[in-house]
Design a binder for this molecule. Structure first.
Ligand code: FAD
Length: 492
């Protein structure tokens, strides 16, 4: 490859970090632009495979986004090295093969252009370096990944696993990027994409990081027929800078990436880069989620790490409507007791439901509000349909039924009101991948159909949202896209 070729990666969260890591490993020169300036502090004490103390920084709510649709919508961002991985829980679940295809039961627009087998080697590559704690066995609707630290369900939950099995579901231990069994670090999470991926890259002559560099626009060159530079605001000097690029990886998170592409207007793309078919920003989706607790008639072993009950089988569920249940304890005392086989009757649950992405939920430029740089602010318009809310509500009772069938009646306790958009910070779909540009902004390699030297590598690219936490799939897609880009650049 010619020495003047470089890829500009925008964002150092899990998506940008995974892409940069792959490019540098393949000998490609990378400059990463990161809007944030310093790593937020936190504290994590992990002993004997349990997190005894964890203080993670709060995800900030970006007031600059304009919210319409459900007025309770929240838009968490972390403009900092490592992005939201400074705050995340670290649940790393693979999608199942059907998660990429089942939307076809509704319409071809819901079929991903990638399959599980396309992604499987990239899942494993990421799992190997993030260090997953979990079970090594597949369960229905959840393939096991590569596990570094084995964890198993306590024996006295095996009857619940059997009862779940009768519904075609699996009960397993929650796969987490929890890191080594013992650690004391000044950050809030065991895996942070800056400390674990980006910082080690700084030793490579192929890698450069510019912090305080907030990307404003991608610059389209009509003469070259491609994007050839990124315009950014340098927070240290206040100047507007330009950096040349052979290719650009956009990884600002699903709202930030949509905003950057929308703001990248030119005479060839007056409505934003990648928006020739009006799809950019549409199909915004999120995970309706709910927190509650239940009380069992008889105590069972404390779950730490949590247990994960997989969704109902695809053929017995309406298309694209599913729920998963994660249950365990949030109490430090219980975590300590769990190490010694302690039992309890009270259990906390997080349920994650799905949305059916439509053009009615979107992230588009506001006609009336500007951001701090004078560019259109982003309007985030999202709400859950009645069916999406009901799907989550019905799922409460399903878990109670499974417990009762396992011989331990339980009653639902307090329900925390979190059933409104954004509370789980799992937005996606704003630059969705689809083989047909009518239905997608990006192709199967995360390349913008209109501008193939621009790759959108965060959950913007999700065609649909499974009921599983998104970040592992984001990182696997980013790794796969970067590997293809490196291959193409080497041949150019
Ligand atoms: C409390 C909490 C718990 C979570 N738990 C889980 C979990 O258990 N499992 C899971 O899968 N997911 C979880 N998530 C979600 C997860 O954190 C995100 O899916 C993940 O961080 C997304 O990675 P990303 O790289 O796409 O975006 P981000 O992490 O948001 O990173 C985006 C990066 O881009 C930078 N940036 C943004 N705009 C610009 C710009 N214009 N120019 C330059 N840089 C820019 C930001 O500073 C940031 O570094 C959780 C989130 C929260 C808040």
């Amino acid at each position: 490859m010619n020495d003047d070729r470089q890829v500009v990666v925008i964002g150092s969260g899990p998506a940008g970090a995974a892409a940069a890591r792959e490019l540098v490993a393949l000998g490609i020169r990378v400059t990463m632009l990161e809007s944030g300036t310093s790593l937020p502090e936190g504290l994590l004490l992990r002993l004997g495979r349990r997190n005894f103390f964890r203080r993670a920084p709060q995800a900030g709510e970006e007031g600059r986004h304009l919210v319409s649709g459900d007025p309770r919508t929240v838009c968490y961002v972390k403009l900092a090295p490592g992005g939201l991985s400074n705050c995340w829980t670290g649940a790393v679940l693979r999608f199942a093969p059907e998660d990429f295809t089942e939307g076809g039961r509704l319409h071809e627009r819901y079929v991903w252009p990638v399959t599980y087998s396309d992604l499987a080697p990239h899942y494993e590559k990421v799992e190997r370096y993030i260090g997953v704690s979990g079970d090594t066995h597949d369960v229905p609707q959840l393939p096991a990944g590569f596990v570094t630290y084995e964890e198993h369900l306590p024996d006295d939950w095996k009857d619940v696993a059997e009862a779940a099995g009768k519904h075609g579901q699996g009960l397993t231990t929650y796969p987490l990027a929890d890191g080594p069994p013992n650690m004391l670090v000044r950050r809030g999470t065991a895996f942070n994409s800056y400390t674990e991926v980006v910082r080690p890259l700084l030793a490579s002559p192929h890698f450069q990081l510019k912090t305080g560099a907030h990307a404003l626009q991608l610059q389209w060159s009509p003469a070259k027929g491609r994007v050839d530079a990124v315009i950014y605001h340098d927070r240290a000097t206040g100047a507007t800078e330009r950096i040349e690029a052979s290719a650009v990886i956009v990884a600002c998170g699903p709202l930030g990436s949509a905003k950057l592409l929308h703001n990248s207007t030119s005479s060839d793309f007056p409505h934003g880069l990648g928006n020739s078919n009006g799809v950019l920003g549409c199909y915004l989706h999120d995970h309706p989620r709910e927190w509650w607790s239940f009380e069992m008639e008889r105590p069972r072993q404390i779950l730490s790490p949590s247990a994960y009950l997989t969704r109902l089988p695809y053929d017995s569920s309406p298309p694209l409507l599913a729920t998963s249940w994660t249950f365990g304890t949030a109490s430090t005392a219980d975590r300590i007791r769990s190490r010694f086989g302690g039992k309890a009757t009270s259990v906390g649950v997080q349920m994650i439901g799905t949305m059916i992405p439509t053009a009615e939920c979107f992230a588009k430029p506001s006609a009336r509000q500007k951001d701090e740089f004078g560019l259109p602010a982003l309007e985030v318009h999202i709400h859950y349909s009645d069916a999406e809310v009901q799907n989550v509500v019905d799922a409460r009772q399903h878990l109670m039924n499974v417990l009762e069938e396992a011989g331990s009646r339980a009653t639902i306790g307090d329900i925390v009101p979190t059933l409104f958009p954004g509370t789980i910070a799992h937005y996606g779909g704003t630059a969705r991948m689809h083989s047909n540009p009518r239905y997608g902004v990006t192709d199967a390699w995360n390349r913008v159909h209109d501008a193939p030297n621009v790759l959108v590598c965060d959950a913007s690219s999700f065609t649909t949202a499974a009921e599983k936490n998104p970040t592992l799939t984001v990182m696997a897609l980013a790794t796969r896209a970067a590997a293809r880009l490196a291959h193409d650049l080497a041949r150019a």
